[in-house]
Design a protein around this ligand. Structure first.
Ligand SMILES: Cc1cc2nc3c(=O)[nH]c(=O)nc-3n(C[C@H](O)[C@H](O)[C@H](O)COP(=O)(O)OP(=O)(O)OC[C@H]3O[C@@H](n4cnc5c(N)ncnc54)[C@H](O)[C@@H]3O)c2cc1C
Length: 417
């Protein structure tokens, strides 16, 4: 067994300064950890590293998903913190609308538990997982790549591998960012608190995804309250960055949201367990390199995060499901052609044509949501949804099936209104 695959008892174990493996996966988010577990299952010598010292830390994602994702990606019940069967849309103004499904429609994952489970699975299948290592550079050497990593004390480590996968999310730490005027990076910044709430208060928000919409709630964005385990809620705000337009600090938006949703007594009863947040940065047309030689990228690093609902976990997992079989064929080296050439097109096909349409809609909706006129347009759209079922709303927001909304939406989607 090569040095890289010697089990490491803890992230801080003394590592040799040079390691070898077939595939180095950098980033143990949903994309990288899922890819590493699939490669390990197939018997590949894979090393999965992350800059986090503990995958429970920085659990930044709200992690709301449709129920079908659990089955599709074989996720176990223990990574789900709560199920939900209702949508609640609050706003513009004080208007509240609710849609109830007859069965559970989705889950809110415990993001930390998801990452830990995927990494544990990778290890259980014989892969190595080493935490507290930050990749700083990667360059071709011989027939493979040499990657330089730094541990938390500043010590350097080099990994030689046939392939490297950049799964560092929106940071794109190794694949880098290529400026593209016709397809710029669109950024959304999110800020969320995990709170403990008294049972009676928690019950008011359990079993639903609640969103606050309208410029008087969050300018150029939206707020949310999601249920977690009994007695816990995730409350957050997210907003698209608008260069050149002053925006209030996001923390102030979150405090204003809390003051409006909860009475002073309720607010005083909330105990903040964790404050976290993060960036989502995606290109709407996804015209960016998915590969540089033997360096590949997946997940948010190739813009699979969708800006409409700030949603990216299932798309990150989808990207690993597209990449894994192609990489296995490349490792096998049997055919004359390069199987990885198909990767960008296969991924585009897997995400579907609706993916970029929803990105356009996201940019238009959220960036434009900054005036009473925009609130009136949003109100008209929401009125049009009142006749829908909760399942229709899921199809609209998760499957981007805008045609269910009817032809009235088309001019809005295309930016004519
Ligand atoms: C506030 C917020 C709320 C969200 N809510 C939802 C939601 O409700 N539902 C949903 O589906 N999605 C949501 N998302 C998006 C979703 O979390 C991401 O799309 C998803 O996590 C992307 O997965 P990934 O594996 O590509 O990247 P990430 O999850 O970002 O994982 C990247 C990993 O790489 C590591 N890393 C980065 N740089 C380095 C380096 N140089 N060396 C080593 N390791 C490195 C990081 O520590 C991280 O663990 C949300 C995002 C934010 C910011």
């Amino acid at each position: 067994m090569p040095a890289a695959l010697t089990p490491s008892p803890s992230p801080r174990c003394a590592l040799p300064s040079r390691l070898h493996c077939q595939v180095l996966v950098v980033g143990a988010g949903p994309a990288g950890a899922d890819l590493a577990r699939q490669l390990a299952m197939a018997g590949v010598e894979v090393l999965l590293v992350d800059q986090l010292a503990d995958l429970s830390h920085a659990a930044f994602s709200s992690a709301a998903l449709p129920l079908a994702t659990m089955d599709r990606f074989g996720l176990p019940a223990r990574v789900a913190a709560a199920r939900w069967s209702r949508w609640q849309l609050i706003g513009p103004g004080e208007r509240r609308r609710e849609w109830s499904g007859s069965a559970p429609l989705g889950v809110v994952l415990d993001f930390a538990a998801l990452r830990r489970w995927l990494a544990d699975e990778c290890q259980a299948w014989g892969g190595q997982v080493t935490l507290g290592l930050r990749a700083v550079a990667c360059r071709p050497e011989g027939k493979g790549l040499r990657t330089r990593l730094r541990d938390r004390r500043g010590a350097l480590l080099e990994v030689e591998s046939a392939w490297v996968v950049d799964a560092t999310g929106q940071q794109r730490a190794l694949i880098g960012e290529v400026p593209a005027a016709r397809d710029p990076l669109v950024s959304g910044l999110g800020c969320e608190w995990l709170v403990e709430a008294p049972q009676s208060l928690w019950e008011q928000w359990a079993d639903r995804l609640a969103f606050c919409l309208g410029s008087d709630w969050v300018g150029q964005g939206y707020g949310w309250v999601f249920p977690m385990q009994p007695g816990r809620l995730k409350i957050g705000v997210c907003r698209l960055a608008d260069e050149g337009r002053p925006q209030r600090p996001l923390a102030a938006e979150l405090c204003a949201l809390l003051d409006r949703l909860f009475s002073p007594q309720e607010r005083a009863a909330l105990r903040v367990l964790d404050r976290h947040g993060g960036l989502i940065r995606s290109r709407i047309h996804r015209r960016e390199p998915h590969r540089r030689g033997r360096l590949l990228a997946l997940g948010d690093a190739v813009s699979t995060a969708n800006l409409l609902g700030g949603e990216g976990i299932r798309h990150a997992l989808a990207s690993s499901r597209v990449l894994a079989p192609l990489l296995l064929r490349a490792l096998d080296g049997a055919g004359a052609s390069d199987p990885l050439r198909a990767y960008p097109a296969d991924l585009r096909r897997a995400l579907g044509w609706r993916w970029s349409l929803s990105g356009r809609l996201a940019r238009r909706t959220w960036l434009g949501l900054r005036s009473p006129a925009a609130d009136r347009r949003l109100e008209a759209l929401l009125q049009g949804l009142e006749g829908c079922t909760a399942e229709d709303l899921s199809a609209l927001l998760f499957d981007y099936r805008f045609e269910r909304y009817g032809l009235r939406a088309v001019p809005y989607l295309l930016g004519w209104r």
